[in-house]
Design a protein around this ligand. Structure first.
Ligand SMILES: [Zn+2]
Length: 258
């Protein structure tokens, strides 16, 4: 019996070590320990996106779709992660929001498109979502949710891992990001936006529109539910535009949450 337990622990350790690997992430500039590789991430994202497509009505208007696709392509060309096929869709809801899934799937709500004054403001939102994807924020959340358990049960089949990840990917799409993830996505978004040739002022202008909407918090899928810390994010962008304090210096600060 003891021998069997020893063999089991040994196997779990070996498998556990095998499924975690280190990869340098260009977006974050860090070597990250990953359990989910890009192929698995894409599979998880595609399955979760299929469910979102079923649950929400997406806009079929050619002009609107071409507008968001054109902006996305400009951002993707200058982003840190070009191994993915990025997909963008517009959800026919009045909420002011945009969300992303692992593997390059971005959803913008029609309410947000109606609120922005120009392509630059829309690009600032899309660039922020691309930042969440390049920094693999959803993947890290999924890993954090079941990573430790998975490491212990290292012999789980790859298919099982992907299947359980889809549920977690869907759960995480409308839950809030951490302060650090939000600031990091802004930092990356700011970089991609300006590299793509848009005016950084549009990012600030969009935040100011959001701040005006802050008290209303209309709709089940409002922006503040998925992207908190808006006040601090505005301060960060202002500082960044003035060439002042770097984003990373804010990461240790705590404060308001909306
Ligand atoms: Zn965000």
């Amino acid at each position: 019996m003891r021998r069997k337990i020893f063999i089991l622990i040994f196997l779990l350790m070996v498998c556990g070590l095998k499924i975690s690997y280190a990869e340098f992430n260009l977006a974050t500039g860090k070597t990250e320990s990953l359990l989910i590789n890009s192929d698995q991430e894409e599979g998880m994202g595609a399955s979760a996106a299929a469910t979102v497509d079923k649950q929400f009505k997406t806009i079929e208007d050619v002009d609107i779709n071409e507008r968001v696709k054109k902006i996305l392509n400009k951002i993707v060309k200058v982003c840190d992660r070009r191994d993915l096929v990025y997909v963008i869709k517009v959800i026919d809801e009045k909420d002011i929001n945009a969300v992303s899934l692992p593997g390059g799937y971005i959803y913008v709500f029609k309410g947000l498109i109606d609120k922005v004054k120009n392509d630059g403001q829309l690009a600032s939102v899309i660039a922020h979502e691309v930042g969440h994807i390049t920094a693999r924020h959803s993947v890290k959340r999924i890993q954090a949710a079941y990573g430790a358990m998975l490491l212990q049960l290292g012999s789980m089949a790859a298919g099982g891992r992907v299947a359980s990840g889809v549920g977690l990917a869907l759960d995480s799409i409308f839950s809030e990001y951490s302060q650090q993830d939000e600031f990091e996505a802004d930092e990356l978004g700011f970089k991609y936006l300006t590299k793509a040739g848009y005016d950084a002022k549009d990012m600030l202008a969009f935040f100011e529109i959001l701040q005006k909407e802050n008290n209303k918090k209309i709709g089940l899928y409002n922006y503040f539910r998925t992207h908190p810390y808006i006040g601090m994010r505005i301060s960060n962008i202002r500082a960044k535009m003035k060439g002042g304090m770097e984003f990373r210096e804010y990461l240790n600060l705590t404060g308001e949450k909306s």
